[in-house]
Design a protein around this ligand. Structure first.
Ligand SMILES: N[C@@H](CC(=O)c1ccccc1NC=O)C(=O)O
Length: 309
């Protein structure tokens, strides 16, 4: 690609379209594997983790949360069944156009081992689904969990990459419209994208077909800056913004700016850069009990209990 500017010159003074494309292609920043091998390994790890979770944990699979073919979720339970559990809801990544709940059960074994139920949500990726539809589906999946488990001890949302974007959009959800306010206590936003405008100028948009207005409407960073996302009441959820050391500089910028804007807007937020992990390892290592991010998630969930007995 030539040295054409993107029209985002003020924000990316030196950035060419080629550089922007590279910044938003996480596989190019992986250090231990080639790009293709990283993507293959990532999806293999997802398949293996999901098979293991389904073989070893009690679960309800392909539970419909709506009428659409893709509106299904999987629920994995700890031993000793109780409806009064904390729930961790996972939203997979994949540029809003790849990935599936059927290869995303990374955190199931370590979390259920500690008494946390895990829900892995399916949503209609592009080109079938638009950004607006994905946001609506995720909203309804959370409403569904709250209605099915009204005695839950907290719903924690964890999203990776595009899934972190979808999770962050939940800060804008109009729950009243759905007749229930979910008991959202925490967000784990892992290697996410919060300002979608740059994406419009990359090949990612070939399938998403977002207009600039679509991108702006679906940018939590933009809404936060405009003062449209404000924490309400003392029970406002805790937000943990996490990025991998080997994520691209643009991914680092997106996470840091979102975290800083959250703090300025009065949210309870923290920021973690995870040492020596890339965009994919950051989530596939969630299969491990002693991994830093697994520990952050468990500590946040159980700290909540000790704060509010
Ligand atoms: N085509 C992208 C793939 C990608 O972005 C991705 C793949 C799996 C899980 C998350 C991803 N990124 C964000 O959603 C790449 O080559 O890096």
């Amino acid at each position: 690609m030539d040295q054409q500017q993107t029209g985002k010159g003020a924000q990316f003074p030196q950035t060419t379209l080629y550089e922007l494309e590279s910044q938003y292609t996480p596989s190019r920043w992986v250090i231990r594997l080639g790009a293709q091998e990283a993507l293959r390994t990532y999806s293999q790890m997802g398949n293996d983790a999901t098979k293991k979770a389904q073989a070893t944990r009690r679960s309800l699979l392909h539970v419909p949360y709506g009428d659409g073919e893709g509106e299904k979720l999987d629920i994995y339970f700890p031993e000793g069944v109780s409806a009064a559990l904390p729930f961790c809801v996972f939203l997979h990544g994949g540029n809003w156009q790849t990935g599936s709940k059927d290869a995303s059960a990374f955190m199931v074994n370590p979390l259920t081992a500690q008494g946390v139920a895990v829900v892995v949500v399916g949503y209609d990726i592009a080109p079938k689904g638009t950004l607006d539809q994905m946001v609506d589906q995720v909203t309804r999946s959370i409403v569904f969990v709250q209605k099915k488990y009204p005695r839950n001890e907290g719903i924690y949302l964890c999203g990776h990459s595009a899934g972190a974007h979808l999770a962050a959009m939940m800060l804008l959800a109009n729950w009243t419209k759905h007749g229930v306010t979910p008991n959202l206590k925490g967000f784990f936003l892992v290697s996410g994208i919060y300002d979608l405008e740059p994406i419009v100028h990359t090949s990612v948009n070939a399938r998403l077909l977002m207009t600039l207005e679509d991108a702006q409407r679906n940018s939590p960073q933009r809404h936060l800056e405009a003062g449209l996302m404000q924490p309400v009441g003392p029970s406002c959820p805790m937000l943990v913004v996490i990025v991998g050391q080997h994520d691209s500089p643009e991914f680092h910028r997106q996470s840091r700016e979102f975290y800083q804007t959250l703090c300025r807007a009065g949210w309870k937020a923290s920021f973690e850069e995870l040492h020596d992990v890339d965009h994919f390892e950051i989530v596939w290592k969630l299969t491990q009990q002693d991994y830093m991010l697994t520990q952050i998630i468990l500590k946040t969930i159980f700290q909540e209990f000790s704060d509010n007995p």
